[in-house]
Design a protein. Structure first.
Length: 243
C-alpha cells in the first residue's frame, strides 16, 4: 500500500478547494433583508462560541456596517448562507475602521504614512453547517485577499483570538500585538498583519485558489446604483490567473 507524499496530499487539498469554488457564491449584502440575515448569523455564531452575551434582538451589528468604506459579504454554499465577512478599507482619505478603535497605535502611523489598509472583521460561519465544508475558513478569508488586490493594499489585517492565530499564520500573516479587549466581545483579540505587496506572490504560490481576476474584483466591490433591488454576484472563477 503506497503512502502519499506530503506534496501529493497538499495537491489534493488544493484541488478540493478549487473544486469547492464552483459551489461557493459571494454576495454583497445591499438590502436590509440581506444584512439582517448576516447580523443574525453573527449572533448565532458568536453566541455558540461564548464570544458575546445574549441579547433580545438576536443580532450583532455596529456602526461600521453602514460606513461607505465597508462591504459586507455573505458566503453561500449550495445556495445557503454559510459564512460572512466584512471588509473595511482604511486610507489616508478615510481613517474609519474597526481596528482604529482597538489598535490606534498601529493604525495612525500607517495611515499617516499614506498606507492603504484592508481590515476584515466579523468573520463568522454557520455553526450548523461549518462541518460540511472544512475549507470554509479559507474560502471566506479569500475575500480579504481579493480586496487587497482590488484596492492595492499595503497592509492586510486580521483581528484574531489566540486560538485562531495558527490558521492565519498558514496564510503568511504574523502577530504584531498581544490580545486586547474588543468592543462587544467577551474574548480579547490580537492584531495580525500581512505586507501584501511583498508577500502576495508567496501566498498565491501556496494557495492558488486565493487568486482572482480583475473582473471578479470589480464585480465584488462595485456598488449597485439602486440598493432596494438585490444583486447576485458572479460566481467565483475556478482557477483565476493573477493580475
Amino acid at each position: 500500500m503506497s503512502v502519499a507524499r506530503p506534496e501529493q496530499e497538499e495537491g489534493r487539498v488544493a484541488l478540493r478547494r478549487r473544486e469547492l469554488l464552483d459551489k461557493i457564491e459571494y454576495r454583497l449584502a445591499e438590502t436590509a433583508a440581506d444584512r439582517e440575515a448576516i447580523y443574525r448569523l453573527r449572533y448565532r455564531a458568536y453566541l455558540k462560541e461564548g464570544a458575546i452575551e445574549p441579547n433580545n434582538l438576536g443580532i450583532v451589528t455596529d456602526r461600521y456596517d453602514s460606513q461607505a468604506n465597508s462591504w459586507i459579504f455573505g458566503v453561500f454554499f449550495e445556495g445557503m448562507l454559510t459564512s460572512s465577512l466584512r471588509i473595511t478599507v482604511a486610507s489616508p482619505q478615510n481613517h474609519l475602521s474597526p481596528s482604529m478603535d482597538v489598535f490606534p497605535d498601529f493604525m495612525q502611523p500607517w495611515l499617516a504614512d499614506g498606507k492603504v489598509i484592508v481590515d476584515p472583521t466579523r468573520f463568522v460561519s454557520d455553526p450548523d453547517r461549518t462541518h460540511r465544508v472544512p475549507e470554509l475558513a479559507y474560502l471566506t478569508l479569500r475575500l480579504a485577499y481579493v480586496a487587497c488586490e482590488h484596492f492595492r493594499a499595503d497592509i492586510g489585517l486580521a483581528s484574531v483570538r489566540a486560538e485562531h492565530q495558527a490558521f492565519y499564520r498558514r496564510v503568511f500573516m504574523k502577530t504584531i500585538c498581544p490580545p486586547r479587549d474588543y468592543p462587544g466581545l467577551r474574548k480579547p483579540i490580537s492584531l495580525m498583519e500581512i505586507d501584501f505587496p511583498n508577500t502576495h506572490h508567496k501566498v498565491f504560490a501556496r494557495f492558488p485558489f486565493l487568486r482572482s481576476t480583475p473582473f471578479e474584483r470589480h464585480r465584488l466591490f462595485e456598488r449597485a446604483p439602486v440598493l432596494s433591488a438585490p444583486r447576485r454576484l458572479v460566481e467565483v472563477p475556478r482557477a483565476a490567473p493573477s493580475a
